[in-house]
Write a protein that binds this ligand. Sequence first.
Ligand code: NAP
Length: 497
Amino acid sequence: MVSANPTPDDERALLASLPTGLLIGGAWRAASDGGTLDVIDPSTGGVLASIACATPADGADALNAAVSAQAAWAKTAPRERAEILRRAFEAVTARGDDFALLMTLEMGKPLAEARGEVAYGAEFLRWFSEETARISGRFAQAPDGSSRLLVMKRPVGPCLFITPWNFPLAMATRKIAPAIAAGCTMVLKPAALTPLTALLFAQVLQEAGLPAGVLNVIPTASAGAVTGPLVRDPRLRKLSFTGSTPVGKRLIADAAEQVLRVSMELGGNAPLLVFDDADLDLAVTGAMLAKMRNGGEACTAANRILVQRGIAAEFTEKLTAQMRAHTVARGTDPASKIGPLVDENTRGKVHDLVTSAVDAGATLALGGAYVSGPGYFYEPTVLSDVPADAAILHEEIFGPVAPLITFDTEAEGIRLANDTEYGLVAYAFTRDLNRGLRLAEELDVGMFGLNTGIVSNPAAPFGGVKQSGMGREGGFEGIDEYLETRYVGIADPYADA
Ligand code: NAP
């Protein structure tokens, strides 16, 4: 285990200890063609590790393993599944420094943020461990008295999980934990940019007693070629995807072929509204959290900060001062508040959005440039008076850039907030509780943060409406995504007695 303040030796030791194969049917193995995939450190551009890169044949083996394991796994006692999850929670927590360092290395986030993700990601294991024993159905008499109605819950069956790079642990545990709880087997394809955390987590689950074949992990550089045949295979019963809306739409279309059950956690374009009556310091703190958590690389990131005219100047000044104070550095540096963006592509896209907003008339209050040196660092950036048609207000930024827009009335604020095809989350700061409740009703989103810049919580249903997706992860609702409802009609043999 690495220390809380990791050294380069700790980094090398951790990387050298990781599994680097595919996990299929309980065994770690090389790719069928011997191919490998390099994992890059976004703070240096250097190679961290070379791991097995799954082929379509490996994908087929992984699904075969999940299908073979399904029947026996569905019959395990809920308590047995609960205890595997509980042991995994204890193990991830005990190895928190390892997981945090690994995420910092492969994704770039500062260690403090990575530790936060360990706590958040591990909590899904504990939450669903507790939910496992509470899966239940119902029994009723038919209204006309002629029969009995038994409603039972069954595991959906083998699932395919496709996860993004921005939260390498939590996006996996948010799917894997409820699937284990429900009695489903799985194939996980983690993001090609950040597969190491998933491999370490799979090893932890093995050590926690997860039977062979229940979880199969197949990192690959050919996502579509490897997962496409699985989505078309009638033995697959569920696809749960977290990632961008364009890829999600394509997967929904592919899944329609066999009417595959899908959960989609897709992109966002979150508005954050600050009203004249808000506690301004609380609003600035909340906006910083909503904007800068994970360096802005979060689906829940505040993408548009809407400020009521009376406080716009003061709010902009305070927010800009806080953005300026953020130290940009490699995530292992204790001073780091923002690490690098995940790759050059992402940095280029962020910069294009900033320059096009300035070209369209926005004012650059801070930043707006690459940080020189190795790695994909970008300056914390504030844009004010952003014109309504600027691309930056309509696309996910996924970077440390805060665009500010001014509004006059509550109705105008709500209209601007809802002016997007996305509907994941919205935030608002106001001291008026009635207004807060009106906003909770009027904003077209799956989640709403009132006087807070963070909504993620394993005990709450996470998910969006509109093009932000369908289905919920976490909360009581999270397990339903992995359960089918089966109704059994029972004739009453004594009806005429
Ligand atoms: P992405 O490009 O859509 O990739 C997500 C996953 O899909 C990766 O594992 C990727 O593999 C895979 N993939 C890409 N093309 C595919 C295809 N044709 N068939 C099958 N799989 C394919 O998204 P990202 O850039 O990793 O993540 C950022 C996005 O995720 C943002 O839009 C963000 O809002 C969204 N997100 C949403 C939530 C939520 O809960 N709503 C949470 C986190 C992130 P490769 O790695 O090989 O490309």
